[in-house]
Design a protein around this ligand. Structure first.
Ligand SMILES: Cc1cc2nc3c(=O)[nH]c(=O)nc-3n(C[C@H](O)[C@H](O)[C@H](O)COP(=O)(O)OP(=O)(O)OC[C@H]3O[C@@H](n4cnc5c(N)ncnc54)[C@H](O)[C@@H]3O)c2cc1C
Length: 338
């Protein structure tokens, strides 16, 4: 049984777990967490490990790998256990003639983690289609059915689950549309790739194929043979600012409910960090992806300390150039930027 957390994360980072268990049913998942809580043992839940960076010293507690399974489709609703692979759920929905998830194709990780940072891509976010979820609350010991308005979605990549260890998501239900046609295409780059205008609809299967293709070009689909995908995807959040500093006035700006959003990738690139930058960190074991500057990657043999050093250097370079401090999007456990 693996105890090296590096075997459970897409960055292949993280030292040993003091204790390790696999949960294959929701009852088992709750009982493992409940038992650890009763004995005062810290718990780290791991799904696909694709948004998680764990320190080199490992985790001094119980690591629970979520491997619960079960998918049910009824009418236009799809319910999936937390341990179901996210992209398999998207594929199953498209195959079954359900529209709504197609733009979220190819995102790594498991279904139970998608509400955690309200996963999104190509103009769709999880909360657009989430109908309900079953949540175990470690503070009250209760399991209950939640509606999306209880989840604190709204801000970019935020929810009550993000950076909190209080809740365990057991399953999620999505309210989809019974149709072979996609939702309106919302993202200009995707519309271009499909040869349609923003707002048009096309077969949902075509959107899925186009998204997988676009993502693969950026190293955003997992491929064990491609070190550009040994990442957590976007390492930093896109900053949302109340006022854009004059130094960053050239950056494309996007309206956001809480201010003006600027792409972190633009800031990184324009602060002088190119694709593949950073090979001097960790003797070549880490660098920015050669396909996307927002991904920090393990080129093989990296330590978490190496990644933290490069990430801190990038954050500092952007701050020096633009006066904007980038913040990690991924969860850091037992490690921090310096
Ligand atoms: C190549 C690549 C591309 C990516 N592209 C995108 C993208 O386009 N859009 C996007 O939003 N994200 C993207 N990500 C980030 C990541 O895939 C998502 O955040 C994904 O939802 C994480 O799922 P996971 O199962 O891997 O979570 P993990 O990394 O295992 O866990 C993430 C956090 O959620 C917690 N958690 C896990 N399961 C549960 C549960 N059942 N209940 C409560 N908490 C839980 C963990 O404890 C941890 O704190 C990408 C990552 C990679 C590597």
């Amino acid at each position: 049984m693996p105890t090296a957390i590096s075997e459970l994360t897409t960055m292949r980072l993280g030292g040993p777990a003091r204790e390790f268990a696999v949960a294959t049913t929701s009852d088992e998942l709750v009982s493992l967490v409940r038992g650890a809580d009763a004995s005062g043992t810290p718990v780290l839940l791991i799904g696909g490990g694709s948004n998680l960076v764990v320190g080199d010293q490992g985790f001094d507690g119980l690591v629970v790998k979520v491997e619960t399974s079960g998918v049910g489709i009824g009418g236009s609703s799809l319910t999936a256990a937390a341990g179901e692979r996210w992209d398999s759920i998207v594929a199953a929905s498209v195959d079954d003639g359900l529209a709504g998830l197609e733009a979220l194709s190819g995102i790594p990780g498991l279904t139970g983690a998608t509400p955690v940072q309200n996963v999104g891509a190509y103009g769709t976010v999880t909360s657009d289609v989430l109908e309900s979820l079953t949540v175990y609350d470690r503070e009250t010991g209760e399991t209950s059915r939640w509606t999306p308005d209880q989840c604190g979605f709204g801000l970019h990549r935020q929810s009550v689950f993000k950076h909190s260890t209080r809740y365990v998501i057991l399953d999620t239900t999505f309210s989809l549309r019974r149709s072979r046609s996609s939702d309106p295409v919302r993202y200009a780059g995707l519309a271009d790739r499909l040869g349609v205008a923003v707002g048009d609809t096309v077969p949902a299967a075509d959107v899925r194929e186009a998204v997988l293709d676009l993502r693969a070009q950026k190293g955003m689909v997992l491929d064990a043979s491609d070190h550009d995908t040994w990442s957590v995807g976007s390492f930093f959040l896109n900053p949302v600012l109340t006022k854009v500093p004059s130094s960053a006035s050239r950056a494309p700006q996007y309206p956001d409910p809480s201010g003006i959003k600027i792409h972190a990738a633009w800031l990184i690139q324009n602060a002088g960090f190119a694709h593949g930058y950073g090979t001097e960190f960790g003797n070549g074991t880490v660098s920015l992806s050669t396909k996307h500057v927002l991904a920090i990657t393990n080129r093989g043999g990296a330590s978490t300390a190496d990644v933290m050093a490069l990430a801190s250097h990038i954050r500092d370079g952007v701050a020096a150039e633009f006066g904007i401090t980038l913040v990690p999007e991924c969860d850091l456990v037992g490690c921090a930027l310096t």
